[in-house]
Design a protein around this ligand. Structure first.
Ligand code: GLA
Length: 394
C-alpha cells in the first residue's frame, strides 16, 4: 500500500475532488518505565516511523465514514452525527468515533458537518506498539485540522484520546501511549512525568546500536481485564499506604520509603504490584540519567531488571515473551532486552549492537521457533516525529 493506492481507494469509495488532506500518526515503543504511567511515575517511550496513514475530507451533510484498508473485504462504517455512541458492529471504527465523542465531552467541541476518512496502518495489530493510540491521535489531528479547532494542543489530543479509550472503548489505560504518539520527536525519547505531565526529550543517538523490536505474535486473551486488575491492585496498595503516608501516588515513593512501609499492604499480591510500580519508576529515572551521561551499558542493565520485575512482581509477561527475552540476553552485543507495552504477549524491545543484529535475529528466531513453534517477527525501528498533517510519501 502506498499513497497513490490509498488515494485511489478513498476516491473510489467517496468520490474524487475537493480538499482531500493527508496525515500520519506513529506507533510507539516504550524503552523503560512500564505500568508506571497510571501510578504517577515516569515513562520513557518514543514514537516510531511506522504508524497509521490517513486521508480525510469534510462533507456537506452529517455523515461520517470510516474506512480501513487493513480490514480485508471491509466496507466503510457510516455514522450520523446525531447518533454518536459505541456499537459493537462498528468494530475498529469505535476508536475514531470515541475521539469525536470525547472532543464533545472533554472540550465541548462538536462537528458542524461530517467527514470521510480512510486509513492504512503498518503497525502489526495486537503487538503492543499502540495501534489504537495511533488511530485515536490521528483522528484528533484530522478533526482539529478539518474543523479549525486550533486551540487544541497535541497534549490536549493525547488526553482526549486517553479519555475516549477509558470511557468509550472501556480500557482503563494511562497516558503514555497517546502522549508518545502525539508528542514524539525524531531521534529522541520522551521522559515523561505522568503525574505532572511535564516532559523532556532525551536524544537517542546510538552510533553503533539499534532498537530492535521482536514480535512474539501471541496475544493472550483478557488483556484488558488483566490490565484493569493490575490498576485496581495498585490502587488498593496505595490506599493502605495512605493510612500512614501523605502521598497521592506510588510514584512519589523512593525504594527505601516503600521498603519501610510495605507491611501496611496486607495482600502479598498487591504488595508485589506496588513494589514493581515504585522500583520501576526509580529505575526509569536512573536509566535516563545513565543514558544522558552516555552510560549505555547501565541503561541496558536497567532494561533487563525492568523485565525481571514485570515477569516476577507485576506478572504481565508470559512464557513466550520470557523465551524471547532470555534468549536475547544470551546474544553477545545485546545491551538490554525486555517486554514492552501492556504485556501478556506482544513485543520485546532490545538495544542491539549493529554487528550483532543478524546473529540476534537468527539465534533468537531459531530458539523461539523450536520452543513454541512460532516464527517471531523482527523490526529494526527508527524513532520518528509525532502525529501531524503530511504529504504522504509516494
Ligand atoms: C498500555 C497502556 C499504557 C501503559 C502500558 C504499560 O500500553 O495503554 O497506558 O500503562 O500499557 O506501561
Amino acid at each position: 500500500m502506498n499513497r497513490e493506492d490509498l488515494r485511489h481507494k478513498f476516491e473510489g469509495l467517496f468520490g474524487a475532488g475537493g480538499d482531500i488532506r493527508e496525515y500520519f500518526s506513529p506507533g510507539r515503543v516504550n524503552l523503560i518505565g512500564e505500568h508506571t504511567d497510571y501510578n504517577g511515575g515516569h515513562v520513557f517511550p518514543c514514537a516510531l516511523t511506522i504508524g497509521t496513514y490517513g486521508l480525510a475530507r469534510k462533507r456537506e451533510d452529517t455523515k461520517i465514514h470510516f474506512f480501513s484498508v487493513n480490514i480485508q473485504g471491509g466496507q466503510p462504517v457510516e455514522i450520523d452525527l446525531s447518533d454518536i455512541s459505541y456499537k459493537e458492529a462498528y468494530g475498529w471504527a469505535n476508536y475514531p468515533l470515541g475521539v469525536i465523542w470525547a472532543l464533545d465531552k472533554v472540550k465541548g467541541l462538536t462537528l458542524n458537518a461530517g467527514f470521510d476518512m480512510a486509513i492504512y496502518g503498518d503497525i502489526p495489530n495486537g503487538s503492543g506498539l499502540s495501534s489504537s493510540a495511533s488511530l485515536e491521535v490521528l483522528t484528533g489531528v484530522i478533526v482539529r485540522d478539518l474543523y479549525g479547532f486550533d486551540s487544541l494542543s497535541n497534549i490536549d489530543l493525547a488526553l482526549v484520546g486517553q479519555y475516549s479509550e477509558n470511557h468509550f472503548n472501556g480500557c482503563n489505560c494511562g497516558i503514555m501511549d497517546q502522549f508518545a504518539v502525539a508528542m514524539g520527536r525524531k531521534d529522541a525519547a520522551i521522559f515523561l512525568d505522568c503525574a505532572a505531565l511535564s516532559y523532556d526529550y532525551a536524544p537517542i543517538l546510538l552510533p553503533d546500536a539499534k532498537i530492535l523490536i521482536t514480535n512474539s505474535k501471541v496475544k493472550h486473551s483478557l488483556v484488558d481485564s488483566a490490565y484493569n486488575d493490575r490498576r485496581n491492585e495498585c490502587a488498593r496498595a496505595l490506599e493502605e499506604l495512605q493510612t500512614e503516608l501523605d502521598i497521592e501516588s506510588l510514584g512519589e515513593l523512593s525504594e527505601e520509603e516503600f521498603a519501610s512501609n510495605a507491611d501496611l499492604i496486607q495482600d502479598p499480591v498487591c504488595r508485589r504490584r506496588a513494589k514493581h510500580a515504585v522500583y520501576e519508576n526509580q529505575r526509569t529515572i536512573r536509566a535516563v540519567e545513565a543514558l544522558k551521561a552516555g552510560r549505555i551499558e547501565e541503561f541496558g542493565q536497567l532494561m533487563n531488571a525492568s523485565h525481571v520485575s514485570l515477569r516476577d512482581d507485576y506478572e504481565v509477561s508470559c512464557s513466550e515473551v520470557d523465551i524471547l527475552v532470555e534468549e536475547a540476553w544470551q546474544v553477545p552485543g545485546v545491551i538490554g532486552s525486555r517486554i514492552t507495552g501492556g504485556g501478556f504477549g506482544g513485543c520485546t524491545v532490545s538495544l542491539v549492537k549493529n554487528d550483532a543484529i543478524d546473529t540476534f535475529i537468527e539465534q533468537v528466531g531459531a530458539a523461539y521457533r523450536e520452543k513454541t513453534g512460532i516464527n517471531a517477527e523482527f523490526y529494526v525501528v527508527e524513532i520518528g516525529d509525532g502525529a501531524r498533517r503530511v504529504a504522504l510519501p509516494n
